[in-house]
Design a protein around this ligand. Structure first.
Ligand code: SF4
Ligand code: SF4
Length: 134
């Protein structure tokens, strides 16, 4: 059994964006994050069906919703709330496009995996699977 914390994987090839008929689901200019413009969402649920991770749900007000990586916090230089409050500091956040960032160094030095790589979504959430490179 594996216990892990899951959320939107902020996929580089996001089917939830490709299938959205209105453009509500989009890749934002800020950090290439996959986000939802709730004012453009018609609640068709195509993105809920397209996400292979079950990362989306319908907000009580009718629009599709999901984790945003706390974009509002990132914009003021803070980590996502889940990273900030984790008591065991098991989550890390950073810029994978920077080869010298802490998260890039972690992925270079330890074993890791992504979820459902066979789905071709190119997830940007990685799970460290050991404590030292083997
Ligand atoms: S995890 Fe699901 S909702 Fe998030 S970007 Fe990937 S396909 Fe879209
Ligand atoms: S539920 Fe909203 S965000 Fe999802 S595919 Fe339909 S219009 Fe786009």
């Amino acid at each position: 059994m594996e216990i892990r914390s899951e959320r939107c994987n902020m996929c580089d090839n996001p089917p939830c964006v490709h299938c959205c008929p209105t453009g509500a689901s989009h890749v934002s200019d800020f950090g290439k994050l996959v986000q939802i413009n709730e004012d453009m969402c018609i609640g068709c649920k195509a993105c809920l069906a397209a996400c292979p991770y079950g990362a989306r749900y319908t907000h009580p007000d009718g629009y599709a919703d999901k984790c945003t990586f706390c974009e509002h916090r990132l914009k003021v230089g803070q980590d996502p709330a889940c990273v900030s409050v984790c008591p065991t500091h098991c989550m890390h956040f950073g810029d994978l496009d920077d080869p010298n960032s802490d998260v890039s160094t972690l992925l270079q030095s330890r074993k890791s995996k992504t979820l459902l790589p066979e789905a071709g979504t190119e997830p940007r959430v990685h799970f460290l699977t050991d404590t030292a490179k083997k």
